[in-house]
Design a protein around this ligand. Structure first.
Ligand code: ZN
Length: 129
């Protein structure tokens, strides 16, 4: 009976993750057109906190900026190129620092969203910029 309950819990969590995932996808598909034409203006509605699972350090960021930082191929000298360079400077260091230092010890950087119970439990003293 105990085993059966555990299996049910796993199924419930899986469904929850799937439904949360769908909700996010729907937000992206929402019909109101985005008014941003430039990556420099790109901004998400939901902040995200990147948490290093090894040392507990975290930073709050706009997930869209991370996507911008991973973009390549903007026209040289364009606003997009500057936005990508800026995003690389702000989004990159935390990831690199913790993936290099803590990744070797089994840590990884995970995204925590505001509806995650972990969101409020993050240690204020471990917040990084
Ligand atoms: Zn770390």
């Amino acid at each position: 009976m105990r085993k059966f309950n555990a299996a049910l819990a796993v199924i419930a969590v899986t469904f929850w993750l799937v439904s949360v995932g769908c909700e996010r996808t729907n937000q992206h598909d929402s019909s109101h057109p985005t008014s941003t034409n430039s990556l420099a203006d790109a901004k998400g509605d939901t902040p995200v906190r990147y948490l290093c699972t090894y040392c507990g350090a975290w930073r709050e960021a706009d997930p869209v900026k991370l996507i911008v930082s991973l973009s390549e191929g903007a026209k040289p000298g364009s606003a997009d190129e500057r936005a990508i360079a800026d995003a690389k400077k702000t989004e990159g260091p935390f990831m690199i620092r913790h993936l290099e230092k803590c990744g070797l010890k089994g840590g990884m950087v995970v995204a925590v969203y505001p509806d995650d119970p972990k969101w409020k439990k993050l240690d204020k003293n471990k917040q990084e910029k």
